[in-house]
Design a protein around this ligand. Structure first.
Ligand code: SF4
Length: 352
C-alpha cells in the first residue's frame, strides 16, 4: 500500500516535475548532475571543439533545429578530434540528411502512443510494463526512435503517478517494471529511490529493469547514492546498457560497470546496428569483446527503427543478417547479440 506521507507526496511531485523539465544542477549537486547540466548543446561549439571543418556546420545546424545537439564532456573526450568519420561523433553530430523525408520513416515507428494506458506507462508485452521515468537524456543520439516522442504528453502529474502505481498493483500478471525514458537515470536518486520503494511494495513485482545509456556516457552517474537505493532493493535488478561501439567503453565505464556488478546487478547491453558506426564484423566483434571485459553480456543488436531523420543510419536486413552470420564464426555463442527488430503490435521482439 502506498504511504502518502508529506515527504512522499513531495517526491512524487518532484518526479512529476522532472518529467516535464530538463535536468538542472542545484547547488551542491553530485558530480554527475553537474556534468549533465554542462553538456555541449551547440553544434557550432561541437564542431569547433573537435577541429572539424566548417563544411560540417550547415548540416549540423539544420539537424540541431529538428533534434537538439546534446553531448556530455565525458563522451566528447572519447571522440577522435579532426575525424568526421569517428563512430562516436557520427552518433551525435547532426547531418543534413536528417532533413530528408524518406518513405517509411515516420515520427512514431513503434506506435508507442497507441500503448499508453496511463501517462508515462507503456504496456506492450505480457508480464512487463515500461515507465517513462525521465524525459531527459544525457546525450541526444541522432538515430533515437523516440526523437519525436511526445514527452510532455506523457509527463504524469503527481496524481497520475499514483494512478500508474494503482495500475501496476491491480494487474497481478505484471512481474517486471522497466524504467526507460529519455534516460531513467537522468532523474535524481531521491526521485528514483522513492519510485523503487513504491514498486517494492507491490508483491507481484519481481524484477526491476533499467534501460540506460548514462553509465556509458557519464560513468560518474554510478555513484554511492545510486548504489544505495539500487543495491538495497528486494527486486532482482537488471541494467541494460546501451553501447554501440567499443570506443565508448573506456576505463571509467569499466569501473562503473564493476560498481553495478558489486551491487548485485545483472548487466546486459543492447546496441543499434548503425551505418557508419558499427556496420562491420570487426566493429561488432570488438564491441562484444569489450563489453565482456567490462562484465557485460551482449543482449540485443537492433536493426534501426524507421524514425524520420535517421534513414541514413539504416542497414538493410540482408546485410544485417550476413554481418551477424559472419560474426558468429568469430565469437563464442555467449558473446553473440540477438539480431532483432521491434515490430509495432508484436508480442515480443522479432528475431531476424
Ligand atoms: S540515450 Fe536513449 S533515449 Fe536518449 S537519445 Fe539516446 S537512444 Fe534516445
Amino acid at each position: 500500500m502506498i504511504t502518502r506521507s508529506p515527504a512522499n507526496v513531495q517526491i512524487a511531485s518532484d518526479l512529476a516535475s522532472s518529467l516535464a523539465s530538463s535536468p538542472s544542477s542545484p547547488p551542491g549537486a553530485p558530480a554527475w548532475q553537474r556534468q549533465l547540466a554542462n553538456v555541449v548543446r551547440d553544434p557550432v561549439e561541437l564542431c569547433r571543439r573537435l577541429g572539424l571543418d566548417d563544411d560540417a556546420l550547415p548540416g549540423a545546424r539544420d539537424g540541431h533545429a529538428l533534434f537538439e545537439v546534446r553531448v556530455p564532456e565525458a563522451y566528447l573526450t572519447r571522440i577522435q578530434p579532426g575525424d568526421p568519420t569517428d563512430p562516436l561523433l557520427r552518433q551525435v553530430l547532426p547531418l543534413v540528411a536528417e532533413t530528408d523525408a524518406v518513405d517509411g520513416f515516420v515520427a512514431d515507428p513503434l506506435e508507442e502512443t497507441d500503448h499508453t494506458p496511463r501517462r508515462g506507462l507503456i504496456h506492450k508485452y505480457a508480464g512487463r510494463v515500461l515507465l517513462i521515468a525521465s524525459p531527459a537524456c544525457a546525450i541526444n543520439c541522432r538515430y533515437c526512435f523516440r526523437r519525436h516522442f511526445p514527452y510532455q504528453e506523457n509527463s504524469p502529474s503527481r496524481a497520475q503517478w499514483q494512478e500508474t502505481l494503482d495500475y501496476l498493483r491491480e494487474d497481478t500478471s505484471i512481474h517486471e517494471v522497466i524504467l526507460s525514458g529519455g534516460d531513467p537515470l537522468a532523474a535524481s536518486d531521491r526521485q528514483l529511490a522513492w519510485l523503487v520503494a513504491r514498486l517494492e511494495e507491490i508483491p507481484h513485482l519481481k524484477r526491476l529493469r533499467i534501460h540506460t545509456r548514462l553509465p556509458v556516457v557519464i560513468p560518474a552517474r554510478i555513484d554511492e547514492a545510486l548504489l544505495e537505493w539500487l543495491g538495497s532493493s528486494r527486486l532482482q535488478k537488471v541494467v541494460v546498457l546501451h553501447s554501440n561501439h567499443a570506443q565508448e567503453i573506456d576505463a571509467e565505464v569499466v569501473a562503473a560497470c564493476a560498481r553495478l556488478k558489486d551491487a548485485g546487478v545483472t548487466l546486459l547491453n543492447q546496441s543499434v546496428l548503425l551505418r557508419g558506426v558499427n556496420d562491420s564484423v570487426a566493429a561488432l566483434a570488438a564491441l562484444s569483446e569489450r563489453l565482456f571485459e567490462a562484465g557485460v553480456l551482449p543482449y540485443y543488436l537492433h536493426v534501426l527503427d524507421p524514425v524520420s531523420g535517421a534513414a541514413h543510419f539504416d542497414v538493410p536486413d540482408e546485410e544485417a543478417r550476413h554481418l551477424v552470420e559472419t560474426l558468429r564464426d568469430q565469437l563464442p555463442g555467449f558473446l553473440m547479440p540477438r539480431l532483432v527488430r521491434e515490430v509495432p503490435g508484436a508480442a515480443s521482439k522479432t528475431p531476424l
